[in-house]
Design a binder for this molecule. Structure first.
Ligand code: NOJ
Length: 735
């Protein structure tokens, strides 16, 4: 539709119809026989209002949505199509590793491809918009939603944000098999005080701008057509009512002209935040901040008309919001084809090519934290290591996709046990889970449903005994353990970030009878794994790998694939250190001298995390040498070239993540110890040496100075290149 026609459409709409475009409901309102009365009563809205709804969330399925669209368009006064939105977070039917794992790939092209596959599958299921990527910077592992982010680092997050947007949207959201991305949660939702979900956020303006905002901006720069506001307050003002953030930063400074949606009921929550006296006031604050769509409440629908009639809300505000939603529909091509790519023949089927891709992709998210000659497991064909006992509840757990996968089919999920049996490796092995992911009798309130483990203590004990016996008779033990998948995600904050106690007990008992333990750890956050680290000889962190988890884990355990992930978030030594991250400030008392009480340190724990950002082993090893820079001075027009030689000194080909960090030695405000500024994931063959080049520009040295100007200040800088955030090869230069 032309812009002119779109404007004509807007001007022919009644106020109620325009308000309707700003309302998002769930599919429950539209049942086969028409409009359902139940949800209407619950929301205190009437049938005429439902007929003007602008969009629907969380309903999927090609046939269902085509049918819904037909019925809706027949009753909508101007026959305007609905937009269908859904949370496709790490895949639709083919589920990929959780976003935190995707961050560990350090492979933006791979992340783009995963998003592109997710776009195709969801587009064919009738979805037009996904509420992804979540790009909140995360540094506190107590917060359950760290699993939805790509991690603690400013630069890595920004790269991944942009990659995901490109993958979902391609060059246009109207193209076949493309959907709109939605950057969330704007802003700083990832920094709740004490890691408690929905809690307040307190950040200095400098930290917000320098560390938290770049990933949102990168998504907007990559062309994201939707942004979602966050639940939290920022400096005591709820973001959903923060005009400065929404209008000045997002729209004026960043030029975002897409649609701004509230998070679930976030406008109504302005009342609970105590900044609005009632729903009417909340509606006023929401639209004043420029929030276009109210997600699933009646706040806009029941209050905007009155506010307009009374002249408090100018008609122009409503017109602007409604026009943006209509323009969005137009960009999606819905006026010409309201079903877009919905395809009953494709939807509902497993796409074997996508599954094969997921199997190849997942090992790139696995982080090998420790390996004392245990992995890969040799078979009889190579170097028989004797018998292996496969123990732990994740051997036959089917919840292996993370808590945000609501549309996949659990029956597609390949468990470790299934993959092991299919592989039938040339070793002698037994499988004894030993317990379930939840403890005997445990009741767990999950993300979308409740879970119970019906086992009695006695039954669990008997399972454990069998597992311990199997461990005592085996030469090696693989222990697949970890957090129950619903222990992370929304509303899943924890104060103890450990493996569940009953699983730890199993681990301890196994460790008493067998020294050769390989732990395969499933979790949605970095955990305190000190005890495991002491007793296990190998630790493979696999997060939640997705639909083909079993195949991917077995591929890595038996060496068909190597783990090439590097930590996108530090693994704390213990929860007391949290938030712990590599790019901290030096402080005035940095040295960890045990003889000097008055330094910035803990009495009972080191300052360093157990495993640092960027860390991860491979099945081969690398040597770095010959770091050189093209000049010892840099200026705006003369960037510096940095080169390093990386040799694969091991016995097999590998994928190394070469990381470049910069430290600004002196600034007008305190500068971080170092910051990731570039990385390159490269294939290096056994015995091969590759020269990796990077370019440092003055843009990479910029920060908010003492006067809040974004500048690079003259002075000395150090550049470190290496395998992780402790990289020690160093050169220096001056600006
Ligand atoms: C609430 C969550 O915070 C957000 O991430 C999600 O997209 C919406 N619900 C919609 O389900």
């Amino acid at each position: 539709m032309t812009e002119e026609k779109l404007k004509e459409l807007l001007s022919s709409m009644t106020v109620e119809e325009k308000i309707g475009q700003l309302v998002q409901l769930t599919g429950d309102f539209f049942i086969d026989e028409g409009i359902a009365t139940g949800p209407m009563e619950w929301l205190s809205i009437n049938e005429d209002q439902v007929k003007c709804t602008g969009s629907i969330l969380s309903t999927v399925g090609a046939k269902k949505l085509k049918d819904l669209q037909d019925r809706y368009m027949a009753i909508n006064p101007h026959h305007i199509p609905l937009i269908f939105m859904a949370d496709v977070i790490n895949g639709y039917r083919t589920v990929f590793p959780i976003p935190l794992g995707q961050g560990c790939t350090f492979n933006p092209e791979l992340v783009e491809e995963m998003a592109s596959v997710a776009a195709k599958e969801s587009a064919r299921a009738g979805i037009h918009v996904t509420f992804s990527p979540m790009v909140d910077l995360v540094r506190d592992a107590r917060w359950g939603r760290v699993m939805e982010s790509t991690g603690e680092d400013v630069y890595l997050n920004a790269r991944m944000s942009s990659a995901a947007v490109k993958g979902y949207q391609g060059s246009s959201i109207g193209d076949k098999d493309k959907i709109s991305a939605c950057i969330k949660h704007f802003a700083a939702y990832g920094a709740p005080v004490a890691g408690r979900d929905y809690n307040q956020v307190e950040l200095s303006e400098r930290t917000l701008k320098e560390e938290y905002l770049p990933a949102y901006k990168a998504g907007v720069d990559a062309g994201a057509r939707m942004v979602m506001t966050s639940f939290n307050t920022l400096g005591k003002l709820p973001c959903t009512a923060n005009e400065d953030l929404m209008k000045k930063t997002l729209r004026e400074e960043w030029g975002f002209d897409g649609v701004l949606i509230s998070d679930w009921a976030a406008i109504k929550e302005l009342v609970f935040h105590s900044v609005a006296e009632n729903d009417e006031e909340a509606a006023y604050l929401g639209i004043k901040a420029g929030v276009d769509i109210d997600m699933v409440t009646n706040v806009y629908i029941n209050n905007l008309k009155k506010l307009i009639d009374e002249g408090r809300v100018p008609m122009q505000w409503l017109d602007d919001c409604a026009y943006r939603v209509l323009a969005y529909k137009n960009e999606l091509g819905l006026f010409e084809n309201p079903y877009k790519d919905a395809d009953e023949d494709y939807d509902g089927k497993v796409d074997s090519e996508h599954m094969a891709f997921a199997r190849k992709a997942a090992p790139e998210s696995f982080v090998l934290l420790k390996n004392e000659g245990m992995l890969p497991i040799p078979t009889k064909a190579t170097n028989d290591c004797g018998s292996v006992a496969f123990i732990g509840p994740y051997m036959n757990e089917t919840n292996i996709c993370g808590s945000w996968t609501i549309f996949n089919n659990n029956d597609d999920n390949i468990t470790l046990e299934q993959a092991l049996k299919e592989r039938n490796p040339e070793i002698s092995y037994v499988i004894e889970p030993g317990c379930k992911t939840l403890a005997a009798g445990q009741h767990f309130v999950g993300f979308q449903s409740k879970f119970d483990n019906p086992l009695t203590e006695a039954e669990q004990e008997s399972m454990m005994e069998k597992a311990v016996k199997a461990a005592s008779e085996a030469d090696r033990v693989v222990m697949a353990i970890g957090e129950f998948n619903q222990m992370t995600g929304e509303g899943a904050s924890r104060t103890e970030i450990t493996i569940p106690e009953h699983q730890l007990e199993l681990f301890r008992r196994v460790a008493m009878v067998n020294d050769n333990i390989i732990v395969v750890n499933f979790s949605g956050r970095p955990l305190d794994i000190r005890e495991i680290n002491k007793k296990a000889k190998a630790i493979l962190q696999v997060w939640y790998p997705g639909t083909v988890a079993g195949y991917a884990v077995m591929d890595v355990l038996f060496g068909d694939a190597a783990p090439s992930g590097r930590l996108s978030m530090s693994f704390p030594y213990n929860v007391g250190q949290v938030p712990v991250y590599y790019s901290e400030l030096h402080t005035g008392r940095y040295a960890e001298d045990p003889e000097n009480r008055f330094t910035s340190k803990y009495m009972d724990a080191p300052n360093d995390p157990l495993f640092v950002f960027g860390y991860g082993l491979d099945y081969t090893d690398y040597e770095y040498s010959n770091l050189r820079i093209s000049s010892n001075t840099i200026s705006e027009n003369s960037p510096i070239k940095v080169s390093v030689d990386v040799k694969n000194v091991g016995w097999r080909d590998g994928k190394e993540v070469v990381q470049l960090y910069i430290q600004d030695m002196v600034g007008s405000v305190a500068r971080p110890l170092r910051q990731l500024k570039a990385f390159d994931k490269v294939d290096i063959k056994a015995g091969e040496t590759k020269t990796i080049d990077f370019t440092i520009t003055t843009d990479m040295l910029k920060f908010y100075d003492v006067n809040m100007n974004y500048v690079a200040e003259p002075g000395e800088f150090k550049v470190y290149v290496g395998r992780d955030s402790k990289a020690s090869l160093c050169e220096s230069f001056r600006l």
